[in-house]
Design a binder for this molecule. Structure first.
Ligand code: FAD
Length: 392
């Protein structure tokens, strides 16, 4: 195996290309858009397990430079009462980072380019065929390319997944909307890097004081019915503000003051996950990241799992022939990823329960969080790059 085509220049794609390069496989990344993803007001966490996987290929520093440590996640009820707190640290003592989504993408792309990875922007895969000896990819601009392997890192609406698993289930609607922003408001006494999650009476939200001043926030308005295509994107700034005002009015939290001090336009997006794909590979095509197992943002793990996949896949391809390498990769990844997706869906669905459920949660949560950290097993994952991969 000497050459791979990587479809998708999000998080998983460029990291896979860097990891494959370390494994002695030359990879070209094809990204449908004209550049790395822009900023839609979204920020995210790269967790210690994701940082560990980046460290395995010496790419952690590039990401760490655009983020800031976020050691604690605190949970509050709508009354302002603290329900508990969880650390973001892993077994090694380092902590999760928060960053703008666009900064993460830019940092990963810059690092891949610095290492000599070729990234073709504006290159959208439309078809691919796998034979015993090669895989051939067809792009919307008419370009045709062949390689030994095609890696589908093309996100939740993956075209490669449709080729690997024709007739597979469509992504599942997660019953919350997302909106987020960067507020100029500085909360008195706020601790930089302490992420506060608020179980509002009608909507879930979170906020985080940033080191540069100001406060980053997000909100998850519940939405039980799946909106029609374009409906959420067409929601205006004024409509988002009015909706957030209705949902958070009366909660004892700073969410509304943060929204007010956020330059517009506010935008929002729907969430879909992929609880299970029947196949992760077919012939010389394989899925990684959201294409294989998109998770709701509630898990806080989308980018971290994507990075883990990329590095583990490269390690398997370094040490094992096809198709054993792809089976070994799936064997190492599927159960873990699907468990995180299931946990994220449950968390998203439980964000705005009715009144009785709220009371029970507010009573139980402090007890549960004192006894058990439900995310500890996710963060404890580590990739041993030097250990030889073995067949599944
Ligand atoms: C708007 C938005 C906001 C998000 N906010 C958060 C958040 O706040 N917190 C969080 O944890 N996660 C968030 N996520 C999810 C997180 O970004 C993903 O879990 C993570 O990036 C997974 O990486 P990936 O590379 O698998 O997929 P992606 O990052 O989605 O990358 C896939 C890439 O493939 C490209 N592509 C798609 N089809 C083709 C094709 N046919 N040919 C070529 N290229 C193609 C896309 O343009 C994209 O660049 C968000 C995602 C989106 C889209």
């Amino acid at each position: 195996m000497t050459r791979a085509i990587v479809v998708g220049g999000g998080v998983a794609g460029p990291v896979a290309a860097m990891a494959l390069q370390r494994a002695g496989i030359e990879a070209t990344v094809h990204e449908a858009h004209a550049g790395p993803a822009g900023d839609v007001g979204a920020w995210l966490g790269v967790q210690v397990n994701g940082l560990d996987a980046l460290r395995a290929i010496d790419a952690e520093r590039a990401v760490a430079e655009v983020g800031f440590p976020t050691p604690v996640i605190e949970f509050r009820s709508w009354t302002g009462k603290v329900l508990g707190a969880l650390p973001t640290s892993g077994p090694g003592g380092d902590v999760g980072l928060s960053m703008r989504r666009s900064d993460l993408y830019r940092a990963i792309h810059a690092e891949a380019l610095r290492r000599g990875v070729t990234v073709r922007y504006g290159s959208r895969l439309v078809d691919a065929r796998s034979t015993d000896s090669a895989v051939t990819a067809v792009f919307a601009d008419g370009t045709v390319e062949s390689a030994d392997l095609l890696v589908g890192a093309d996100g939740v609406r993956s075209a490669v997944r449709a080729l690997v698993d024709p007739g597979g289930a469509a992504p599942r609607f997660v019953p919350v909307l997302n909106t987020a922003g960067y507020s100029e408001h500085v909360l008195p006494g706020a601790e930089v890097g302490r992420l506060t999650m608020v179980f509002g009476r009608r909507s879930f939200a979170g906020y985080l004081a940033a080191p540069s001043g100001g406060t980053w926030w997000f909100a998850n308005p519940p939405l039980t019915r799946e909106p029609s295509a374009g409906e959420v994107a067409a929601t205006s700034d004024a409509e988002w503000r009015a909706r957030l005002h209705d949902l958070h009015r009366g909660d004892r939290s700073p969410v509304l003051s943060l929204v007010e001090a956020t330059p517009g336009p506010l935008r929002g997006w729907t969430t879909y996950d992929v609880p299970t794909a029947r196949r992760w590979s077919a012939g010389r095509m394989v899925l990684i990241g959201d294409a294989a197992h998109a998770t709701s943002p509630a898990a806080g793990q989308g980018s971290s799992l994507a990075v883990e996949d990329a590095v583990v896949l490269a390690r398997c391809l370094r040490d094992l022939p096809l198709p054993t390498a792809l089976q070994a990769y799936e064997g190492l990844r599927r159960q873990r990823a699907e468990r995180v997706v299931a946990q994220g869906f449950r968390t998203s669905s439980a964000k705005s329960p009715p009144a009785v459920g709220r009371v029970v949660r507010d009573l139980l949560m402090p007890v549960v969080l004192r006894r058990r950290d439900p995310q500890a097993w996710v963060r404890a994952h580590s990739v041993d790059w030097d250990a030889p991969a073995v067949p599944a």
